[in-house]
Ligand binder design. Structure first.
Ligand code: MUC
Ligand code: MN
Length: 429
């Protein structure tokens, strides 16, 4: 329709000279205000859409409280990639992505996470509508394959920003929290049975943890089983004992290992064989009463569907970073629930920042029968949050406050950032 035809349709016609309208039916001039009333139009206001203005990243290196001995690496520091998104209305969102042991755990490293964000994800997102988190998630999946941890770090910052702008928690954005706190496990991985027993006893005595995950797979199966049996008999019924093999066993080793672990009083075995051996995982799940948990096998909802369809686990270790963000992790949860599997809130040993984000999501999940292991901040020598996450009475508390419910301690960020200016030792200091 032409402008003239449109004007006639509304009963209005523009005069060439004055630029004011005449109502042809009544032949009288009408003012712009009357015209608005006539058209039932609202005064034209310029609605400013809040956009993504800037995305900054940095890597923190924070020492662990002791060597964390896993089958693939011993961690003495954790590298966390922090993301800060600045939005056009002045609001901000924070996110974090971590992996474990450099490139030894999975296909992403701290350096690759940072470079994927800086080089590909951030340029694609800059200028987009800030509140369109789902659109941002979909766009990231278009511009980059894999790189789930990098996407997670950015996605958390988008949710955090949206929650802060609306004055609600991220749990609220996911439909509302149904828990205020969740059971939290601790990992015993000092590399020494006596040290592990002393550590566990202290954790139980102080009300911190009574669920313990033991990292095994580095030694011969029989030695690992003896280590687990010693710890279980020292702690007795006061503790739930589980193990994580981190993909190290062959199927033959696992066939021997699982029944022996079960006899030792161990309740669950996490990722005993390589992530891609779903047939082997299915056989182990079928053949033994001890629960089999999938961890590395779960890289998002498609993997979750494959694991569930093949009966390759009794339990899903749901990790926000491994899933590709909170939204994808919620999809993994939904698949696990629909398949009747047990759920566990997993960690990539994040600082308090992404631990807070994970808590926002897990607080919305009806049943986490195996609890959580969201103890990341406790493994580090420094907490980077202004208000650390609270651990008490064998639980971790879900942070309150807008967004993910976490704010950074700027001094800690300056101190632990990898690229900080070298400190100059001054005589007498
Ligand atoms: O589950 C893993 O494989 C990684 C991580 C989680 C807890 C822990 O100690 O290591
Ligand atoms: Mn694991």
């Amino acid at each position: 329709m032409t402008t003239r035809a449109a004007a006639h349709r509304t009963g209005l016609r523009r005069t060439a000279r004055q630029g004011i309208a005449r109502d042809p039916a009544h032949h009288r001039q009408i003012t712009p205000l009357a015209r608005m009333v006539r058209l039932n139009a609202k005064p034209r206001t310029v609605t400013q859409v809040t956009t993504i203005d800037r995305i900054d990243t940095l890597i923190l290196d924070i020492p662990t409280i002791r060597g964390h001995v896993l089958s693939m690496a011993t961690m003495r520091t954790q590298a966390a990639v922090l993301v800060r998104i600045r939005f056009s209305d002045g609001s901000e969102g924070l996110g974090e992505g971590t992996t474990i042991g450099g490139l030894s755990y999975g296909p992403e490293s701290p350096e690759s996470i940072r470079s994927a964000i800086d080089t590909y994800l951030a340029p694609a997102l800059i200028g987009r509508a800030a509140d369109d988190v789902n659109g941002g998630v979909q766009l990231m999946d278009h511009v980059a394959r894999g790189n789930r941890i990098a996407k997670t770090a950015v996605e958390i910052a988008l949710w955090d920003g949206l929650g802060k702008r609306l004055g609600v928690s991220v749990a609220q954005l996911f439909g509302g929290a149904v828990h205020t706190r969740l059971p939290v496990a601790w990992t015993l991985a000092s590399g020494n049975s006596d040290t592990d027993i002393a550590e566990a006893e202290q954790m139980i005595a102080t009300g911190r943890h009574r669920i313990f995950k033991l990292k095994i797979g580095k030694r011969a199966v029989a030695d690992d089983v003896a280590h687990v049996a010693r710890i279980k008999s020292a702690l007795g019924d006061a503790a739930s004992i589980r193990v994580d093999v981190n993909q190290t066993w062959t199927l033959t080793e696992a066939r021997r290992g699982l029944p022996a672990l079960q006899d030792a009083g161990c309740e669950l075995v996490e990722q005993p064989v390589a992530a891609r051996y779903l047939g082997a995982m299915a056989e182990l799940t079928r053949s033994h009463a001890i629960a089999v948990m999938a961890d590395e096998a779960l890289g998002g909802p498609e993997d979750a569907l494959a694991v569930a369809a093949k009966g390759a686990a009794d339990v899903f270790a749901v990790k926000i970073a491994q899933s590709g963000g909170l939204k994808r992790a919620a999809e993994v949860v939904a698949i696990g629930q629909a398949a009747g599997l047990g759920l566990y809130g997993g960690t990539m040993l994040e600082t308090g920042l992404s631990t807070a984000a994970a808590l926002q999501l897990f607080a919305t999940v009806e049943r986490l029968d195996w609890g959580t292991e969201l103890f990341g901040p406790l493994l580090l020598t420094a907490d980077i949050l202004a208000q650390p996450i609270i651990y008490r009475d064998f639980h971790v508390e879900v942070p309150t406050g807008p967004g993910i419910g976490a704010t950074l301690d700027p001094y800690k960020i300056e101190f632990y950032r990898r690229d900080r200016a070298p400190r100059i030792a001054v005589a007498g200091e």
